[in-house]
Design a protein around this ligand. Structure first.
Ligand SMILES: C[S@@+](CC[C@H](N)C(=O)[O-])C[C@H]1O[C@@H](n2cnc3c(N)ncnc32)[C@H](O)[C@@H]1O
Length: 285
């Protein structure tokens, strides 16, 4: 487990994932009844971008200039992206940043906590001890937030089906190892088996079509509606050309909202010719 999200925080991948996450939560909150948010790979919950380049042993290029920084001052985004931007700008200011650019960036648990209602709760899983200690500290004393230092794939069995009978599960692993792809499919299979009505969002990198096809092919064979929202920012990038979020059991008409978000981000976050945003059904509703 060498992965540290701090290097990647607020990059274009976080922007796509978190913009969709905000709108998924809003859609689920269209009903009064509470829901549980399960974050299988939660990270530390809060990132100081001014330290994003400081590693354990060597300096790195921070990635947020290619992500949140490119949207920070824009006012032309569609409502869904504006919603996300309002949340991250508000959080940044609430943490005391007085500079013009972004500094404090909320991770997925904090984003959901910021918009959660009293009837919603959060189950956060993080395996890395230092990251989990920071996460625990971030949410200490919060009654409706549970933090677990454990393998996030265990969250599926531990949290599903939920008492509320409503759930949003985010699966956002680091994909350090090739086996992560099969672990994700297995977790989805177990989740859908235990709680077929839940909404599942899976982030994945676009590094090699074959690996992606394995996950999307698995979804094709599953008997539940799903779509893939993919953003290619640089088709010529040597390793990661972009990323995607697969959404299983999306809320009603969420594909339309996702299309607007992708169309905007495709232009706003493009790094060259051929940037592309797409939303395509894997198993239609
Ligand atoms: C991509 S980051 C998560 C980012 C976070 N979801 C967000 O959007 O702010 C992946 C996280 O998974 C953690 N991790 C790696 N393997 C894990 C496992 N098996 N179970 C739980 N967490 C794990 C890493 O330490 C890292 O913090």
């Amino acid at each position: 487990m060498n992965y540290r999200h701090a290097f990647h925080a607020a990059n274009y991948a976080d922007v796509l994932k978190h913009a969709l996450l905000v709108r998924l939560v809003r859609a689920i909150q269209g009903k009064e009844k509470g829901f549980v948010f399960v974050d299988t790979h939660a990270g530390r919950g809060r990132y100081d971008l001014s330290r994003a380049a400081q590693g354990d042993s060597r300096a790195r290029q921070p990635e947020w200039p290619g992500g949140i920084a490119r949207l920070w001052d824009r006012a032309d985004a569609p409502a869904g992206v504006q919603d996300y931007l309002g949340i991250v700008r508000g959080y940044d200011r609430s943490q005391g940043n007085l500079t013009a650019g972004p500094r404090f960036y909320p991770g997925s648990p904090r984003i959901v906590r910021l918009i959660a209602r009293p009837q919603d709760r959060l189950e956060l899983w993080e395996k890395h001890p230092a990251e989990c200690a920071a996460l625990r500290n971030e949410f200490s004393g919060e009654r409706r937030v549970s933090v677990h230092e454990a393998d996030g794939y265990g969250a599926i069995k531990a949290c599903l089906p939920p008492a509320e009978r409503r759930a949003l599960v985010l699966i956002d692993p680091p994909y350090e190892a090739q086996e992560e792809w099969s672990a994700v499919s297995a977790a989805l299979g177990e989740g859908i088996g235990r709680f077929p009505g839940g909404t599942y969002a899976v982030w994945y990198p676009l590094t090699g079509r074959a690996r992606t096809d394995g996950l999307l092919g698995w979804l094709e064979g599953a008997d539940v509606p799903s779509f893939a929202a993919e953003l290619v920012v640089d088709p010529d990038a040597p390793r990661m050309t972009g990323c995607g979020v697969a959404v299983v059991n999306p809320p009603w008409r969420f594909d339309e909202e996702a299309r607007l978000i992708l169309a905007y981000l495709q232009v706003a976050l493009s790094c060259g010719h051929g940037a592309q945003g797409s939303v395509r059904w894997i198993v239609p509703k």
